[in-house]
Design a protein around this ligand. Structure first.
Ligand code: AMP
Length: 289
């Protein structure tokens, strides 16, 4: 039965209630989001519910992770629909803080994201991960959960959070959850709603080329350069010309590999029309002996 989630606007009120729940023995899970929820977000809530007694979802479009000219002002804000989707889960609390509750007037302190933030997204969106690390640490303060759930969809983001939590001794377990895709393979994203039907068809080539590359690695391909070039060519052939990066990298360090000998992550960022999309896949090559 649908149960409307309990909504908090005041971080201090949420923190007090979480502390009380924990004192009474409840394990609390946290799912940070920017709203415009889809099944990818809901899979994180479902994962939290497997191991936690109470799940806190935060909905906050964080201004500091958007550079001027990015889509902060037009980012989809669909609070009523989000609450409706969350009412399928119980018990869920939702924090919808005003901007000045998360960034008090005159605040100037920010988190410098760990080194893992520098390549890939960090090279194309230089302020992005400092903004992400800052807001996520603040959310960990106002929602001091036992575990926080993040999607592999934003692979480098979850690596940034893992390293930040390690470096700053934050007492929270970080749980990585798999990418949820549409039936045709497109990775779910709040930004997919910007795509026209034609652009969506073109965007499908991103997941398709990743999937094909997985098949090639599973059949024994080992040259990262050859595979990167094939992805690049297949995206360009499909009409995707603004490719920020195609990377085949170590899943831990995100350093590019030349020869695929162990697990790798393949990451792509590209623009389809005006919409910047990211996707990735983890691959284990066949054993060599
Ligand atoms: P966002 O609202 O885009 O900031 O995303 C909030 C959380 O949902 C992040 O941990 C994302 O990685 C995760 N997420 C977004 N899309 C997906 C997806 N398709 N599958 C799994 N998790 C996702």
């Amino acid at each position: 039965m649908a149960v409307p989630p309990r909504i908090f606007y005041e971080p201090a009120e949420l923190r007090a209630e979480i502390r009380q729940a924990q004192t009474s023995g409840k394990r609390v899970g946290l799912v940070p989001t920017m709203g415009a929820l889809h099944q990818g977000h809901l899979s994180l809530v479902a994962e939290s519910q497997k191991s936690c007694d109470l799940t806190v979802v935060t909905i906050f479009v964080n201004p500091t992770q958007f550079a001027p000219g990015e889509d902060f002002s037009k980012y989809p804000r669909t609070l009523d629909a989000d609450l409706e989707l969350l009412s399928e889960f119980d018990p869920v609390w939702v924090l919808v803080p005003p901007v000045d509750a998360m960034y008090p007037p005159r605040s100037t302190t920010e988190v410098k994201a760990p080194a893992i933030a520098l390549p890939l997204e960090g090279a194309f969106r230089p302020i992005h991960f400092d903004g992400v690390a800052t807001i996520v640490l603040k959310l960990f303060q106002v929602a001091p959960a036992d575990a926080a759930f993040f999607g592999q969809k934003d692979y480098q983001q979850v690596r940034v959070i893992e390293d930040m939590v390690r470096d700053l001794l934050v007492p929270i377990e970080i749980v990585r959850c798999p990418i949820i895709r549409e039936a045709d393979g497109l990775a779910m994203s709040s930004r997919n709603r910007y795509l026209s039907p034609e652009e969506r068809e073109i965007a499908l080539n991103i997941s398709r080329s990743l999937h094909e590359t997985v098949g090639q690695i599973e059949k024994g391909a080992t040259s990262a350069q050859v595979l990167r070039d094939r992805i690049d060519q297949s995206l360009r052939g499909a009409g995707i010309s603004e490719i920020d990066y195609v990377s085949i990298a170590c899943p831990r360090s995100l350093k590019s590999v030349e020869t695929i000998e162990g697990d790798v992550v393949i990451l792509v960022a590209a623009k389809v029309g005006n919409t910047r999309l990211i996707d990735n896949v983890l691959v284990t090559p066949p054993a060599s002996c």
